[in-house]
Design a protein around this ligand. Structure first.
Ligand SMILES: [Zn+2]
Ligand SMILES: [Zn+2]
Length: 307
């Protein structure tokens, strides 16, 4: 399964439309994804070197050894600040072309990013993604989900794009960790495979998925079933918010068996389902759980549920 932030094709638009059916409260993302994709193509044409494929294939034994030892394959990933700024400018230009009202807010956003990178010696490390999301939201009052998507799209395109061939082939069968074997991020969502209901967690950044025990919290690793629970929204069968009372974290699981009436299993993009179920995240926050991935996608609302 790949990530909507890396690959863009008709399949992504089809999944977007299906998700609108499955989650009627969510909005269609076609226009935004098309703008992102267009900006990427333009930027890529002018900066071929940045996107040149990197051969990072490891010998099979070395890869297995890393998996056995729970070692992350690309630790401490980072990209050049200059590339981030130029790519961001290309995306902003494209957004403004579509809607002039975005001009001022996006100038503000770019200035916020520029200041941040200047403080970091013009280097953007993966671990700084959530930090920069917070800074931009605070300084520019931009929508949190838009900022998160924008930064993930940029980082993922610049760092993981050139390593795409490796990502497509990486075998995570023997990985036992609770974090992503490729990039080290803690997951935010996953899926239940249709055929055997095996649970997989999927990385929100690089798109890698790995099998993880169904009865175990993916953050604190408790197996105490009394501490864990789930809820859904409007009786939706596909997405469930699962939570752990031990560590007070939540995550989302998409049930591929229930999704069968909409699409074939191989067409499922968990990352797209995630973007269409941010209202589930809002409810989880209201209930007092926090995002286990360390990246907050939605704003906390202070009007908690009436008990
Ligand atoms: Zn990852
Ligand atoms: Zn837990």
């Amino acid at each position: 399964m790949y990530n909507v932030f890396q690959v863009f094709q008709q399949k992504v638009l089809d999944e977007d439309n299906r998700c609108c059916e499955v989650y009627p409260e969510s909005k269609n993302l076609d226009a935004l994804l098309l703008v992102f994709s267009q900006a990427k193509e333009t930027f890529k044409e002018q900066n071929e070197d940045i996107f040149k494929k990197i051969d990072c294939k490891l010998p099979l034994e070395e890869l297995k050894e890393k998996m056995r030892k729970s070692e992350v394959i690309f630790p401490d990933a980072s990209v050049k600040g200059e590339h981030v700024k130029n790519f961001l400018a290309a995306i902003c230009d494209e957004l403004v072309k579509n809607n002039k009202d975005f001009e001022k807010p996006l100038e503000h956003l770019q200035a916020s990013v520029k200041d941040f990178l200047a403080e970091k010696d013009d280097n953007f490390a993966q671990s700084q993604i959530p930090v920069l999301v917070e800074k931009i939201v605070e300084e520019t009052l931009s929508e949190r989900d838009f900022v998160a998507l924008l930064l993930i799209f940029i980082f993922s395109s610049l760092y993981y794009g050139p390593r795409e061939d490796f990502l497509e082939e990486v075998d995570t069968t023997i990985w036992k960790g609770k974090f992503c074997p490729v990039c080290g991020e803690a997951p935010h969502y996953g899926f239940l495979r249709g055929e055997d209901r095996a649970r997989f967690m999927e990385c929100w950044l690089c798109g890698t998925s790995w099998r993880y025990p169904r009865m175990k919290c993916p953050y604190c690793e408790t197996e105490n079933q009394e501490k864990m629970g789930y809820f859904t929204v409007d009786e939706n069968e596909v997405c469930r918010v699962q939570f752990c009372r031990e560590c007070k974290k939540y995550w989302k699981i998409f049930n591929l068996e229930a999704y069968k009436e909409y699409a074939e299993e191989e067409d499922v993009l968990a990352s797209m389902h995630h973007l269409h179920t941010l209202h589930f995240d809002e409810l989880a926050l209201k209930e007092g759980f926090s995002s286990g991935s360390g990246l907050k996608w939605v704003e906390e609302k202070d009007n908690g549920l009436v008990n």
